[in-house]
Structures are given as structure tokens and as C-alpha cells.
Design a binder for this molecule. Structure first.
Ligand code: NAD
Ligand code: LMR
Length: 342
């Protein structure tokens, strides 16, 4: 467990490099949807990473300005822009990691599943080209509904004959970031010391923080558990409502997305101590996709942290059973979308 905390410390410190600190590490990353609300700040945070040699920014519009702007930062990564489907394949050539925040965000009153009709097709089209051009790259899917878009990506990769379940990730880091923030505040702990695994999926009740597995070990009252769990589950909606029609979380998501990307790259680079929660193909439960804590390595997922699902509290066990039908339906919807279209 000490290693988990170490992992978090490393990530946070490496995200704030100064220009003179460049390490000789040269990973290539593509951001698809780079001109958007998440894409822009995520690209800025990635541009600050000393681990990148190239940052390829793709969107259907408005990329040139983002590239000109970011390119003036005196950090090592070379920033290149790609606009529209004709340039998509070029943006993916030789990349180690593909991050996908392309798609529409929620407005008040919508569920993440309400985004399915638009975002399913966007993710499908992007992953088709990724499969042809960068079949060995890690893929981080941010576009909602993550519970369905990750199964969509998996089906496309399978159809193309290049699916490697160890390399496809739904980004649920924001749930962990929120859980850590809310718990540290509630319990007056140092933020850097708190790590709460969040399992299940990334929508409503499918988001299940395991407060009993929080580090350091923390005592919670029943009321605190219920209130914290509901706050973490509804935190996305909290932001959607506060933005009142202007979109959903972008800055905290960019932070979380950059943390997860940095973890993926450190793992590719051979760091033996990288742990993150993510929504992936899984055998931890009867569901084919499930978010849980993972050890990342040079080939993607190296191991599942099985212990997190042992000795759940009665509250967590009930919540786990309650989330399964919704998560199962979202997975099925994604799989059927691809198979219906083909
Ligand atoms: P946004 O509308 O600000 O940006 C989306 C970008 O995607 C735009 O620049 C748009 O041009 C681009 N885009 C649209 N179609 C595209 C295509 N076919 N190819 C490439 N780019 C395309 O939205 P946002 O706030 O950045 O949110 C993006 C997505 O991320 C949404 O689906 C949102 O729900 C999701 N999200 C996920 C999490 C998470 O925790 N996984 C958190 C926040 C938001
Ligand atoms: C979030 O958790 O903030 C994202 O999934 C965006 C949303 O729609 O809530």
C-alpha cells in the first residue's frame, strides 16, 4: 500500500516540471478532440511533462490556434496540429498513447447516457483509424458515456484484429481525484496522503468509492459514508449544474486525464510502481468491463489489485450488487451499437 501513495506523489510532482528539467525520454502522445474544453487544458498539462517528445493535437476544427499558442511554451514536447478526418491518420503515426476527449458534454438535466447517440459514432470513427495506424498504442477513452464508449472501442479493435485488452482504458481518474479531495477535506487530512479506490463504472450509482479501502485507514460514520458516496457519484452533475449549460468538468478532468496519461507513460518507461484505477476489460466480477485498481507496466495492465474487492462492507457489497444491472446494460448497448452498424 505504501507503493500506491508513492505512485501518487510521483505523478503529482512530475506534472509540474520547469523548462530546464527535461529528461531524455521521448514518448509520443496524440490528443483527439484537442481543441475542446478538456482537450486544451489537457494538452497544456501534457506539454509541461518532461516525458514527451511529441504532442499531436487533432480536432475537427480550431486546432491551428491551439498549436500556435501551446508551441510557444519552452518545454521539450514538439506540438503538431491535425485538422479533420483527412489528417487523422497522420496524427496517430508512431504514437505511444492516444487520448480521446472528443465528443459532446452534458447540459443540466441530461445523463451521460443521453450523449450516446452522438459520442458513440465519434469514438467508433476515431478508434477505427487508431486501429489501422497505431495498433500498439495505449488508448485512454475520456468521451462519455465511458461505460459504453470503452466497449465500443474494444469491439472496433476486435473487428480490426488488433484488440489488446491490456492497452484499452476508460479514464475514471476524476472519480478518484474527487474522492481523495472530498475525503481529505472532510477528515482534515493532507491531500497528498489520501488515496481512495473507486470501482465499477463512470456514471451515477455505477461509481462506487471504496471508503473502507481508503489510505490511510480512516474511520467514517454511517452518515459520512452515505454522504461522501453520493457526493462522489454526483460530482459530475454538481459541475454540470454550476456551469448551467456551458458544459461539464473540463479543468479537473484535464488534471485527472494528465495524471492518468503520465502514469501510463511512466509505466511504459519501466517505472515498477504505477497504480491507477481505470475502467477496463475485467474478470474481477461477472461484468466484462469494470473499473478497479490496476498495476500498470510496459505492456499496459500488468495486474489487477484483487484485494480491493475482498472484505467489502455491507454498504459497499449492496452498492456493488445494485450497480451491476445498469453497468451491464451500458456495456451491452455499446457492443450492440458496433455490431448493428457493421
Ligand atoms: P467540448 O465540446 O468542449 O469539446 C469536445 C471537442 O471534441 C470539440 O473541440 C469538438 O470539436 C471535438 N470533436 C467533436 N467531434 C469530433 C471528432 N469526430 N473528432 C475529433 N474531435 C471531435 O467537450 P468537453 O467538455 O471537452 O468534453 C468532451 C467529452 O468528455 C464529453 O463527452 C464529456 O462528457 C466527457 N467527459 C468525460 C469525463 C470523464 O471523467 N471520463 C469527464 C469530463 C468530461
Ligand atoms: C464528470 O464526471 O465530470 C464527467 O463524466 C462529465 C459529466 O457529464 O459529468
Amino acid at each position: 500500500e505504501a507503493s500506491v501513495k508513492t505512485s501518487q506523489r510521483k505523478t503529482l510532482s512530475k506534472l509540474t516540471c520547469s523548462p530546464g528539467q527535461a529528461r531524455i525520454v521521448a514518448y509520443k502522445v496524440a490528443v483527439l478532440g484537442a481543441a475542446g474544453g478538456i482537450g486544451q487544458p489537457l494538452s497544456l498539462l501534457l506539454k509541461m511533462s518532461p516525458l514527451l517528445s511529441n504532442l499531436n493535437l487533432y480536432d475537427i476544427a480550431n486546432v491551428k490556434g491551439v498549436v500556435a499558442d501551446l508551441g510557444h511554451c519552452n518545454t521539450p514536447a514538439q506540438v503538431s496540429g491535425f485538422t479533420g478526418p483527412a489528417e487523422l491518420a497522420d496524427s496517430l503515426k508512431g504514437v505511444d498513447l492516444i487520448i480521446i476527449p472528443a465528443g459532446v458534454p452534458r447540459k443540466p438535466g441530461m445523463t451521460r447516457d443521453d450523449l450516446f447517440n452522438i459520442n458513440a459514432g465519434i469514438v467508433k470513427d476515431l478508434v477505427e483509424v487508431a486501429a489501422d495506424t497505431a495498433p500498439n498504442a495505449l488508448i485512454n477513452v475520456i468521451s462519455n458515456p465511458v461505460n459504453s464508449t470503452v466497449p465500443i472501442a474494444a469491439e472496433i479493435l476486435k473487428q480490426k484484429g488488433v484488440y489488446n485488452p491490456r492497452k484499452l482504458f476508460g479514464v475514471t481518474t476524476l472519480d478518484v481525484v474527487r474522492a481523495n479531495t472530498f475525503v481529505a477535506k472532510q477528515k482534515n487530512l493532507r491531500l497528498i496522503d489520501v488515496d481512495v479506490p473507486v470501482i465499477g463504472g463512470h456514471a451515477g450509482i455505477t461509481i462506487l468509492p471504496l471508503l473502507s479501502k481508503a489510505r490511510p485507514a480512516i474511520e467514517f460514520s454511517t452518515q459520512e459514508i452515505e454522504e461522501l458516496t453520493v457526493r462522489i457519484q454526483n460530482a459530475g452533475t454538481e459541475v454540470v449544474e454550476a456551469k448551467a449549460g456551458a458544459g461539464s468538468a473540463t479543468l479537473s478532468m484535464a488534471y485527472a486525464g494528465a495524471r492518468f496519461a503520465e502514469s501510463c507513460i511512466r509505466a511504459l518507461d519501466g517505472d515498477p510502481d504505477v497504480y491507477e484505477c481505470s475502467y477496463v476489460q475485467s474478470e474481477l466480477t461477472e461484468l466484462p468491463f469494470f473499473a478497479s485498481r490496476l498495476k500498470l507496466g510496459k505492456e499496459g495492465i500488468e495486474a489487477f489489485v484483487h484485494g480491493d474487492l475482498n472484505n467489502l462492507t455491507e454498504y459497499e457489497q449492496k452498492a456493488l450488487e445494485a450497480l451491476k444491472p445498469e453497468l451491464k446494460a451500458s456495456i451491452q448497448k455499446g457492443i450492440e451499437f458496433v455490431n448493428r452498424e457493421s
